[in-house]
Design a protein around this ligand. Structure first.
Ligand code: 13P
Length: 329
């Protein structure tokens, strides 16, 4: 393991209270002109110190436009890679480089490249939850916020490969009437939601509306009052007149939902293999305040993407950002 890839356990722990950690993080960020960005799935304490919280699309958009010298990306590794590809002149730090993504891991670049070769003439649409190397064999990247609109922007007769999330791909097929060829990957968190558990919750809370991320299985998506990215589910929860919501996505989003709409009730849908509890991504939860502090202090671990990979991967990322900007997403 390189110096850059030290895990948290290899660092000595810092002896500071929560308040001291927060004020040290803020001081370091100010002094180093660093911006702290966080995905909605990381721990609430980390979300609370972030300068910006967003879904995958918003994090990429924000990274592309920031004037900070350092970006601290609190999320999983592909998010740091995307920021590093978009900002080659900046230092992109991730508090824990072992925080990977099961979807990205499910789609190794060499296997995906072979899959692409087996489907000549297909446009390759990849979910942002991929490694830089997989993006390098992609024509256009999408996130759950813009996948439908970007697929719609491609000519109807154009054959498409969609990877790596087969649930999102099937959902987009159902919305667009396409027959995209799907890579058989899935998010280990979203794949765990079950119809039975959500119906049990619905029986206990008949007034509750059901919010579902499109990475969930089709049968779960069918139960939804609203299907959308984390940011779209948050907006719906704030603006809708309902007072209770059953939330079928990673439970970190409940932190911002509860903060934004404190008078409403948010009930996390549990995974299918438990009798209680919420469905958490253990990789997102590797990002702690202490690690944010250490990575800002030490300016490592830094994300670096090999130049030849970055040169290819930036093309489909920029294509996504350009189409999104044109469509006002
Ligand atoms: P969004 O951020 O697009 O909602 O997707 C969630 C996700 O998969 C994060 O890894």
């Amino acid at each position: 393991m390189s110096k850059d890839l030290k895990t948290s356990s290899e660092h000595s722990s810092v002896n500071m209270s929560h308040d001291e950690l927060v004020s040290e993080i803020r001081r370091l960020a100010r002094e180093k002109n660093a911006v702290i960005m966080a995905h909605y799935y990381v721990d609430g304490q980390v979300q609370d110190i972030a300068d910006f919280i967003g879904d995958s699309l918003a994090l990429a958009q924000k990274a592309a436009e920031t004037t900070a010298d350092i970006i601290v990306l609190c999320g999983v590794h592909f998010m740091g890679e995307t920021a590093a590809i978009l900002c080659p002149q900046k230092k992109v730090l991730v508090p824990d480089p072992t925080a990977t993504c099961s979807l990205a891991e499910s789609c190794p670049a060499d296997e995906f490249a072979r899959f692409v070769q087996q489907h000549p003439g297909h446009t390759v649409v990849s979910y942002v939850n991929t490694t830089a190397a997989t993006k390098a064999v992609t024509d256009v990247v999408v996130t759950s916020s813009n996948a439908k609109q970007i697929v719609d922007s491609l000519p109807q007769e154009e054959p498409i490969i969609f990877g790596p999330d087969q649930n999102l791909g099937a959902y987009i097929n159902s919305l667009t009437g396409r027959n995209m060829v799907l890579w058989p990957g899935a998010c280990h968190v979203h794949a765990r939601f079950s119809v039975e558990k959500i119906l049990e919750l619905k029986a206990e809370h008949p007034q509750a509306k059901v919010l579902v991320h499109p990475e969930c299985k089709g049968a779960v998506v069918k139960l939804a009052d609203k299907v959308g990215s984390t940011a779209a589910l948050l907006r719906f929860a704030i603006n809708d007149e309902a007072q209770e919501f059953i939330v079928a996505t990673e439970s970190g989003i409940l932190h911002e939902m509860q903060k934004s709409a404190p008078q409403k009730t948010f009930i996390p849908a549990p995974p299918d293999d438990s009798t209680c509890g919420c469905n958490e991504c253990e990789y997102m939860k590797l990002v702690t305040l202490e690690k944010v502090y250490r990575c800002l202090r030490d300016e490592q671990p830094q994300v670096s993407v090999p130049a030849d990979v970055a040169e290819k991967a930036i093309v489909p990322i920029n294509r996504m950002l350009e189409i999104s900007a044109k469509l006002g997403i």
